[in-house]
Write a protein that binds this ligand. Structure first.
Ligand code: MLT
Length: 212
């Protein structure tokens, strides 16, 4: 664990320099260690940058404040998304990284979506697992062809299908190359999330290599 940059975080250098790094963003009550196994499974050998959310809700780390489940303090969303964007800039300099693809779950997927809308330059793309619309009045972002995978749960008690659909439309309108999959599951992650994310990322990396 390191606490010398703006966010407490863990960094795993990986052994494939050409692989796009992943920015791992945990769910409510998680921390910087939570998603490391998922990141390693989805992107073997890629560098992993995993910050801890700076907000505490009854002692549980999160990436922004909420007023109730699914009801966000949008001023705080904006502030924290910008701080996280700055952290990515700092960490890229410190560790010599390309722009990362965010891999977020739940609250982490929501802050990743907010970063895509507010700080699109900070990310090379996003894998958003159980994400919802993070801001009602989002600025018009330029995601110009950035790849985004959204994986939703059909019976998610926190996120109605219409909400994740709206997020997909929002990111597509901003120019993102969005793929939205819905699984017959709830809010929890399933093996299918891992399989879909790994395959999607493999395709993105293959396209990047062809383009290089
Ligand atoms: C959020 O606060 O981001 C969502 O309600 C998901 C969660 O429970 O963390």
């Amino acid at each position: 664990m390191s606490n010398d940059l703006s966010h407490i975080h863990r960094f795993v250098p990986g052994n494939r320099r050409e692989a796009t790094p992943l920015l791992l963003l945990h769910g409510t009550g998680g921390d910087e260690s939570d998603l490391l196994p998922l990141g390693e499974a989805i992107a073997p050998g890629a560098a992993l940058l995993s910050p801890r959310g700076q907000v505490l809700e009854h002692g549980m780390p999160r990436f922004f404040r909420r007023l109730a489940e699914g009801v966000f303090d949008e001023d705080d969303v904006r502030r924290r998304a910008n701080e996280l964007g700055d952290f990515v800039t700092e960490a890229r300099k410190r560790y010599g990284l390309k722009a990362p693809i965010a891999l977020g779950y739940s609250n982490g997927a929501n802050i990743a979506a907010a970063m895509m809308l507010l700080r699109p330059e900070a990310l090379a793309g996003g894998i958003l697992l159980r994400a919802m619309v993070p801001l009602r009045d989002a600025p018009v972002a330029d995601l110009a062809g950035k790849p985004v995978l959204i994986v939703s749960g059909q019976s998610d008690p926190i996120i109605p299908p219409s909400n994740s659909q709206r997020l997909a439309v929002m990111l597509t309108k901003a120019g993102g190359d969005v793929q939205h999959r819905t699984l017959p599951v709830g809010h929890q992650l399933s093996q299918a999330d891992l399989t879909i994310a790994k395959e999607w990322l493999g395709n993105i990396e293959a396209m990047n290599q062809t383009a290089a």
